[in-house]
Design a binder for this molecule. Structure first.
Ligand SMILES: Nc1ncnc2c1ncn2[C@@H]1O[C@H](COP(=O)(O)OP(=O)(O)OP(=O)(O)O)[C@@H](O)[C@H]1O
Ligand SMILES: [Mg+2]
Length: 256
């Protein structure tokens, strides 16, 4: 297929008097590794919420592979091939690491995370295939050795990687990562960069990620869009973003 995987055209959402995302437009081509950055409250997570159907745009368009998805229910958008991780980690703490990933596989068909959860026990007993698939994804995020641990017992950084594996289990074409490196130490961040590159290169995914760690974003993403107060203030490759006076003033403070 040609044409963008994801296309935002003047996407806008208002919450009362606040325009949290204001006329934001950008396109992701297949295989892009794209960054979304900006100061706290800029509207980054709200963009993810628009793309994944948590909120319906007040105006503007959001297309996935040419199909309008703005305002569709989240479960429908997930089934179409868009999946995400959350800024505030959302795992099933009492389930094992492996089971959390298996739940993701059920999201392909289910209407919600909770109905996926309800299907889990008999299904996991029945099928070795899902376990195998989940184990393969745990290898990718370096969690295979803790597959049977309770997810609540993992470090914060590992829980973030587990969320990525769960999102991958839905077999998305487009994966959205909301601050995947938050709370990670420098070594974990480096490993995560490798993991995200693998997800794009070996699994053929398109990746859109939000991150405040500029070293991480600039070292990983090939294109970046910058939001400030809901508005897009710059878009381009890392070198251009790093030296853009508007971005430096609104966010970076000084050239990085
Ligand atoms: N459901 C909502 N109702 C009202 N205001 C909201 C809602 N969701 C987000 N906002 C507001 O929209 C603005 C953008 O929030 P958002 O969470 O998208 O920022 P962000 O760029 O992700 O910031 P951070 O880097 O801190 O995560 C903020 O002012 C926030 O308070
Ligand atoms: Mg956010």
């Amino acid at each position: 297929m040609t044409g963008p995987v994801l296309s935002l055209d003047k996407a806008t959402i208002r919450f009362g008097g606040l325009v949290a995302v204001n006329n934001v437009s950008f396109d992701l081509q297949r295989g892009d590794l794209f960054g979304l950055i900006g100061p706290n409250g800029a509207g980054k997570t709200t963009c993810f919420n628009l793309i994944t159907g948590v909120y319906k745009p007040t105006s503007g368009s959001i297309k996935f592979k040419g199909q309008e998805i703005g305002g569709l229910p989240p479960a429908k958008i997930c089934t179409l091939g868009v999946c995400r991780t959350f800024q505030n980690i959302r795992l099933f703490p009492a389930l094992s690491v492996l089971e959390n990933v298996v739940v993701g596989a059920f999201l392909r068909k289910s209407t919600s995370l909770f109905s996926a959860f309800a299907y889990l026990p008999p299904a996991i007993a029945e099928t070795g295939r899902l376990r195998e698939e989940a184990m393969a994804l745990l290898e990718v995020v370096n969690l295979a050795e803790v597959a049977s641990s309770r997810s609540a017992d993992l470090s914060y950084g590992k829980q973030r990687r587990l969320e990525i594996a769960r999102a991958m289990a839905t077999r998305p074409e487009l994966i959205l990562l909301d601050e995947p490196a938050a709370g990670m130490n420098p070594q974990e961040k480096e490993e995560l960069q490798t993991t995200v590159r693998r997800i794009r290169d070996e699994f053929d995914k398109t990746v859109l990620l939000i991150e405040h760690d500029m070293r991480f974003v600039m070292g990983l993403c090939e294109r970046i869009v910058v939001l400030d107060h809901g508005e897009e203030i710059a878009q381009g490759p890392p070198e251009a973003i790093r030296n853009d006076p508007k971005v430096i003033e609104a966010y970076l403070g000084e050239a990085v």
